[in-house]
Design a protein around this ligand. Structure first.
Ligand code: FES
Length: 166
């Protein structure tokens, strides 16, 4: 997939759910010398797992690469990354997609899957995450399932798209 982030920004609304919880934990510890470890420990304690989206959020919070965070996780065996879901659904909330209704797509997906962004379904089938641009702005709003881009998605097609994954 080609990357083109030049027209995209972040105008998503207030943080909520897991993303908001992780943000609070990062803010609590990020200025401490052992802040990354404390964040990983608190996230594990409060969420019980460490999804890929959470790893990315923590990495962003500390100005690190996700692999740096994964390296730290592997060093502490009590902290466990969640296995990847079979269907990883990413909803773009970059500027173009947001202006074309991607927040409503996220809300619909969240309702249909009973998942908040950053969560994985208990059966490991679906995960839901927010991204800021998928490099396909001309096709907005887009979602991506694994590596497949779904262009110009309409909210009333969400159930059909989910069913096609089953
Ligand atoms: S804003 Fe660029 S793909 Fe969504």
């Amino acid at each position: 997939m080609q990357e083109n982030r030049s027209n995209c920004g972040d105008i998503a609304g207030p943080l909520n759910g897991i993303e908001g919880t992780v943000e609070k934990i990062i803010n609590k510890h990020k200025d401490k010398s052992d802040g990354l470890y404390l964040v990983l420990q608190d996230v594990q304690d409060q969420l019980g797992t460490m999804s890929e989206a959470v790893v990315h959020q923590i990495a962003d919070g500390f100005g690190l690469q996700p692999n740096d965070v994964l390296g730290m996780i592997s060093y502490f065996p009590l902290i466990k990354p969640a296995p990847p879901a079979k269907y990883k659904i990413s909803v773009c909330l970059g500027t173009n997609c947001y202006l074309h209704g991607s927040a409503q797509l996220l809300e619909r997906l969240s309702r249909e899957l009973t998942l908040e962004p950053g969560e994985t379904s208990p059966d490991g089938k679906f995960s839901l995450e927010v991204v800021r641009c998928l490099g396909s702005c001309a096709l907005s709003p887009v979602i991506m399932i694994n590596d497949v881009i779904y262009p110009q998605v309409e909210s009333d097609k969400i159930a059909e798209i989910i069913n096609s994954c089953k």
